[in-house]
Design a binder for this molecule. Structure first.
Ligand code: NAI
Ligand code: ISE
Length: 334
């Protein structure tokens, strides 16, 4: 029987995920939506023949909803995930799981009390072909030990609602999770550097920012987060090993030779750059629920990312290198 999906948050990524569930993913379809923007959500509900709920809580409680997708704004994730756990329903939550580690810990504790993994976090980089190939190459140690990672996360523009802390909480969190997963190592410290600003930013956003992380074995990571870079959506990850370098290649959409120039297009946005990763992520999420074996990024992964995120906040404020200490991973997540 196909799984009935309820989606909370019908903005940019909510609509993308609804389309992929209804048009690409086998074994599930969207039966319910909710959003504080009633006009937008009811219109969409009518288009896809789904029921509109005025609150996320009502949607989660509905017998017409088997599993839940949370794609509302970052600060609203925690309450909806806790509500889904309360109802014993599987929930896919876009990143961040909560906006700080205390919020993520409440989710971890609720899941442990429920005695079952119900939560998956939307860390879709783990489903991107480039990152998967990088991980394999690192694991084989064919180029020796990884020593340094040079990364960049660039967006063309950010609006006035995008504030300084979001460089980590909303953007850099992708690398914080993906690099820990790539290297299979936790972080021991974080440092933030605030370089000269672009004239394209506004007064409540320091842009760009640089994050420096160190892992348990001493691997150095530098990540540039630049959300008003103007030229496109650009993701870089170069892993320098003892005898070689392994790097992500931006998927090439078009190669152009014209007017004496020879160039490749740059992805315009996250929708285009990671479309295949999102599709694969949802295909596997639905399949894992059907087989009863949730295998994607867990609430614990969301929590560990948030501990790092908190350290970045302190590092930005103090200008110091901040230590990162984790508790032991609970048995449910081992
Ligand atoms: P958006 O602003 O386009 O859409 C968010 C929607 O949530 C809006 O329609 C808003 O009215 C609704 N909303 C806000 N508070 C709500 C509440 N309490 N209950 C119900 N609906 C509520 O934002 P976007 O870009 O779609 O982002 C949504 C979430 O997805 C964010 O948490 C963001 O971090 C994450 N995201 C993840 C991406 C990824 O690459 N994995 C890419 C883009 C977004
Ligand atoms: C957005 O929410 C995403 O998650 C995108 O992947 C990221 O590139 C962007 O910076 C975020 O705002």
């Amino acid at each position: 029987m196909d799984l009935k999906v309820g989606v909370i948050g019908t903005g940019a990524i909510g609509i993308e995920h609804i389309r992929r569930i209804n048009e690409k993913v086998q074994g599930a379809f969207v039966t319910a939506v909710s959003d504080i923007n009633i006009e937008q959500a009811t219109k969409l509900a009518n288009q896809i023949n789904a029921v509109f709920f005025e609150t996320g809580e009502e949607l989660i409680a509905s017998s017409n909803v088997d599993i839940v997708v949370v794609t509302s704004w970052d600060p609203t994730h925690e309450k909806y995930v806790l509500e889904a756990i309360k109802h014993g329903k599987y929930v896919f939550c876009e990143k961040p799981l909560a906006t700080d580690s205390a919020g993520c810990k409440r989710i971890v504790d609720a899941e442990i009390a429920a005695g079952k993994k119900l939560v998956q976090v939307g860390f879709m980089r783990r489903y991107d072909r480039g990152y998967i190939e990088l991980k394999r190459a690192i694991e084989t140690r064919q180029f020796g030990e990884p020593l340094m990672l040079h990364c960049a996360h660039r967006n063309p523009t950010a609006d006035e609602n995008y504030l300084t802390p979001m460089a980590i909480i909303n953007t850099g969190i992708h690398e914080i999770d993906a690099l820990r997963w790539l290297l299979q190592e936790d972080y021991v410290s974080a440092q933030m550097i605030l370089p000269k600003q672009t004239s394209f930013t506004h007064e409540k956003l320091h842009d760009p920012q640089v994050l420096i992380l160190e892992t348990t074995s001493g691997i150095h990571i530098d990540l540039e987060i630049f959300v008003n870079c103007q030229f496109g959506y650009d993701i870089k990850c170069d892993v320098v090993c003892e005898t070689g370098e392994i790097g992500l290649e931006d998927p090439a959409y078009t190669h152009i030779k014209s007017k004496g120039k020879n160039y490749t297009e740059i992805s315009p946005d996250w929708q285009t750059r990671f479309v295949e990763a999102y599709d694969y992520e949802f295909e596997l999420w639905v399949r894992s629920i059907q087989t009863g074996k949730l295998a994607g990024p867990t609430a614990w992964d969301g929590y560990v990312a948030a501990v790092t995120m908190d350290a970045c906040g302190k590092a930005r404020e103090s200008g110091e290198k901040v230590k990162i200490q984790l508790e032991d991973c609970p048995a449910l997540y081992k």
